[in-house]
Design a protein around this ligand. Structure first.
Ligand code: NAD
Ligand code: UDP
Length: 343
């Protein structure tokens, strides 16, 4: 198949590109490199033995995504392009709605115009209302929705757009994958997560402390109602996540019409202290810790019920937290500056 991967130069998109190429698909990356490096394309080629095509463009420009779809005639689109920083979304909400929501509408119009029906969309566990009691967990696809940030609301808005679009278009075939906490890297150590500036998320932060780029990790809250007092999340290996996308694509192209939402997580939670300990074991480094306070809106516990993905797609995460840390460390230690200077 020809697959257009928007945001294919980014963290998750690049790993999915490798899987698609390795399974024999033709891949075109659509990206404006606002949060990624051009160097990733060479790395993808090294890992997969085949280079994806590139259409450099901006999703906010309808003509760019229209031309990309007209030129490359994809059978399916995997849609990763978007803005994803929760804190930034509070300060710049219009940027988030413009890129995430209007950008997706631009893309859908082009897909409709050129009869491209299959779409896999990167949604997020942030679309759920924060779990407040143990009865709220694990989060299933029918758990209450109620994002608390402009970022999360932009993701939920896209889900509504996609559901309405599918209801009006009988051939639309759409998977909305709600990721929990993707971490880790390709086991080759050639591609991985390369955040701009100071990382917002736990794993890349720990990895940069381990490699000596940051002095210590700030523990954002130690008074949560959890066994060790630190926040618990459902960390899922990026390669498991990538395989989930391939399974979703197979499901769509096997004849599914309509639109569904699906969790991609392991179903298991790990605390911050457990993650630190696992990373220390994987890297042989000590992670100095400084106590801090929770970020606004930080929740104690969040993990998925991942049974729908297993039932419908036959997909189940298989990697352990130790695997995730070992692969993240291989990437970080071999590429302390990530992909290098962004061009
Ligand atoms: P990322 O920032 O690494 O990748 C996104 C890519 O999209 C980047 O290469 C960026 O340059 C590109 N992009 C951004 N705006 C664009 C535009 N206007 N036009 C064209 N390209 C544009 O992010 P990621 O971690 O790979 O996340 C991919 C998707 O998954 C995002 O939509 C994100 O919201 C979602 N998601 C990520 C996580 C996570 O923890 N990483 C969790 C849940 C959901
Ligand atoms: N966390 C932390 N220090 C950091 C970043 C994160 O202690 O520098 C904690 C955070 O409070 C949460 C967990 O690590 O309990 C995961 O945070 P992350 O931002 O990676 O994921 P999210 O909270 O968005 O699910």
């Amino acid at each position: 198949m020809n697959v257009l991967v928007t945001g294919g130069a980014g963290y998750i998109g690049s790993h999915v590109c490798v899987e698609l190429l390795e399974q024999g698909h033709n891949v075109t990356v659509f990206d404006n490199f606002s949060n990624s490096s051009r160097n990733v394309l060479e790395r993808i080629s090294q890992v997969a033995g085949k280079r994806p095509s590139l259409y450099e463009g901006d999703l906010r420009k309808a003509q760019n995504i229209g031309c990309a779809i007209l030129t490359h005639k994809p059978d399916a689109v995997m849609h990763f392009a978007g803005l994803k920083a929760v804190g930034e979304s509070v300060i710049k909400p219009l940027d988030y709605y413009e890129t995430n929501v209007s950008g997706t509408v631009n893309m859908l119009k082009a897909m409709q115009a050129f009869n491209v029906n299959h779409l896999v969309f990167s949604s997020s566990a942030t679309v759920y209302a924060p779990p407040t009691t143990p009865d709220d967990l694990p989060l299933t696809e029918s758990s209450a929705l109620g994002p608390v940030s402009p970022y999360g609301r932009s993701k939920l808005a896209v889900e509504h757009v996609l559901a309405d679009y599918a209801a009006a278009n009988p051939y639309a075939s759409i998977a909305m994958l709600r990721y929990f906490n993707p971490i880790g890297a390709h086991p080759s150590g050639l591609i991985g997560e390369d955040p701009k500036g100071i990382p917002n998320n736990l794993l890349p932060y720990i990895a940069q402390v381990a490699v000596g780029k940051l002095p210590h990790l700030t523990l954002l809250g130690h008074g949560f109602d959890t066994p060790d007092g630190t926040g618990i999340r459902d960390y899922v290996h990026i390669m498991d996540l990538a395989e989930g996308h391939l399974a979703a694509l197979d499901y769509l192209t096997a004849g599914f019409e309509g639109c569904f939402a699906m969790n991609l997580g392991t179903g298991q939670g790990h605390s911050v202290l457990e993650v630190i300990a696992a990373f220390e074991r994987a890297s042989g480094k000590t992670i100095p810790i400084v106590e801090g306070t929770p970020r606004p809106g930080d929740i104690a516990v969040c993990y998925a019920d991942a049974s729908k993905a297993q039932e419908l797609l036959g997909w189940k995460a298989t990697c352990t937290l130790a695997d995730m840390c070992a692969d993240a460390w291989r990437w970080q230690s071999r590429n302390p500056e990530g992909y290098g200077r962004r061009q």
